[in-house]
Design a protein around this ligand. Structure first.
Ligand code: GDP
Length: 470
């Protein structure tokens, strides 16, 4: 109090002191402070697309009785050469009733088939990178994953990777054991590997994983696989909100010489119509034409239906959501506002690093640290897992989302971005693309050449004392 009086500062309740006054006084007490400039936030903080997205979340919560079942959307994953493409081709060629004269129609990125009067949509670019990237962008399109494992090769590194991606997304998995027509096919051994390497126990062995032996080449077992997809779809109550403005997710986009910007999308809710005003990623437009998966013009597209959209001003980002808004003017306004805000936020990072994560966890109740491990050999992976599991404590769960052999790739970065996790590499490189992506996404990637150092860092992080990486 004296201090204030001495300086002629009158004290009133609720009075706000000037910065210099505070500094002066604290100096007197030999307390040093650092003053942080407050960030200028002239642009609105709310993401316009988040608001649009929220509209659907609310509909899903408040109007449950209006939700109706929609066809499942399926992604096929698995190790290279295990038969993903062959399976997708086989299903399409035998199931698409009306085919264009002269055979093969151009793919729009997904197709729909009918099985016993029910529809199933297949995304026809197989692979888990796409799947996880979509998730990291908040635009999940897949309801069910079919994990293809060749019966002559068994569970391989990319099988494990694909499985971990699907598991992290909480998407139900059906295993298709493929190539059973081959003389060296071993279905039993493959099942054994599912148990040992993935912890998936087939139903017939008392577990809850549906496993269907198939041959994508001869078609054997494929009908049964399709029936199983419908069964899993029914069990998981895959639904949509059928009324109101449509929402869709883009699975492919490009600039076509003749048609201009084109985007292939799968409708999630509502009915997408010609003439609708739409926004997606950094662009907007009015739907000029719609084409179905056989490239036939249509006026409307329904939930889970793949559709090609023409009419965007620019090429929208692949894997982003499309929202229908009330007018073309509104669409333009939303996107312009969003671009302004994104520009202003460019500096701030989207995902978190190990230190921030620790800080956040100190405030959270359930503390889980998601880790993606990459190492030079299987032996190293096992050693790392072992060392990390020893660090498990009651307070913090170390969750290994994926552990694999090989350099750190974009797929690892997308997975980390999707689960807000951290990538730890042991005696492996980060490839250039992955490094750039990690920077863009703000994913923390750390590499080590000594196990001890890695463990030490994790320990420090767990104690909340980790020094930021320079
Ligand atoms: P992807 O890399 O997983 O898409 O695998 P592909 O579909 O390209 O198949 C890889 C190879 O395996 C091709 O030569 C296919 O013809 C072959 N293949 C796929 N499915 C089967 C099958 O059920 N039986 C046999 N014998 N070969 C198959």
């Amino acid at each position: 109090q004296d201090m204030f009086v001495k300086r002629g500062i009158a004290l009133r309740p609720g009075q706000i002191l000037k910065l210099e006054e505070v500094e002066q006084i604290l100096k007197e007490y030999k307390i040093e402070i650092e003053i942080e400039e407050e960030q200028q936030t002239s642009v609105e903080e709310v993401d316009e697309f988040e608001l649009l997205e929220k509209r659907y979340q609310e509909l899903y919560e408040k109007e449950k009785d209006k939700l109706v079942p929609r066809p499942p959307v399926v992604t096929v994953m698995g190790h290279v050469d295990h038969g993903k493409t062959t399976l997708l081709d086989r299903i399409r060629s035998t199931r698409v009733a009306e085919r264009e004269e002269g055979g093969i129609t151009q793919s729009i990125g997904a197709y729909q088939v009918e099985v016993n009067g029910k529809k199933i949509t297949f995304i026809d670019t197989p692979g888990h990178e796409l799947f996880t990237e979509m998730r990291a962008r908040g635009a999940q399109a897949t309801d069910i994953v079919v994990l293809v494992v060749a019966a002559d090769d068994g569970v391989m590194p990319q099988t494990i990777e694909a499985y971990n991606h699907a598991k992290a997304a909480n998407v139900p998995i059906i295993v298709a054991i493929n190539k059973i027509d081959k003389p060296n096919a071993n279905v039993e051994k493959t099942k054994q590997e599912l148990v040992e390497k993935l912890g998936l126990i087939p139903e017939e062995w008392g577990g809850d994983t549906i496993v269907v032996p198939i041959s994508a080449r001869t078609g054997q077992g494929v009908d049964e696989l399709l029936e199983m997809i419908l069964l899993v779809a029914e069990m998981n109550e895959i639904k949509c909100y059928p009324e109101g403005p449509a929402r869709a997710v883009i699975i492919e986009s490009k600039l076509d010489k003749k048609m201009g910007p084109v985007a292939s999308a799968i409708v999630k809710d509502g009915v997408l119509k010609v003439g609708d005003a739409v926004v997606a990623s950094n662009t907007y437009g009015r739907v000029r034409n719609l084409f179905d998966d056989n490239m036939r013009p249509i006026r409307e597209a329904y939930p889970s239906q793949p559709v090609m959209i023409l009419g965007f001003e620019d090429v929208p980002d692949v894997h982003s959501n499309v929202y229908v808004v009330e007018s073309a003017e509104k669409a333009k306004e939303i996107v312009e506002k969003r671009l302004q805000r994104l520009e202003a936020q460019k500096q701030s990072r989207k995902h978190i690093n190990l230190e921030e994560l620790m800080k956040m966890m100190q405030e959270k109740e359930k503390k889980v640290l998601n880790l993606i491990l990459k190492a030079d050999t299987y032996g190293s992976v096992a050693a790392l897992k072992n060392a990390i599991n020893k660090l498990q404590s009651k307070e913090i769960e170390l969750n290994i989302v994926h552990a694999g052999v090989g350099e750190i790739s974009t797929s690892d970065v997308m997975l980390a971005a999707a689960v807000d996790g951290v990538i730890l590499g042991f005696r492996v490189k980060v490839n250039n693309q992955a490094r750039r992506l990690a920077e863009q996404e703000g994913v923390d990637v750390r590499t080590y050449s000594i196990i001890y150092k890695l463990v030490e860092d994790l320990k420090l992080a767990l104690e909340g004392m980790l020094e930021p990486e320079e």
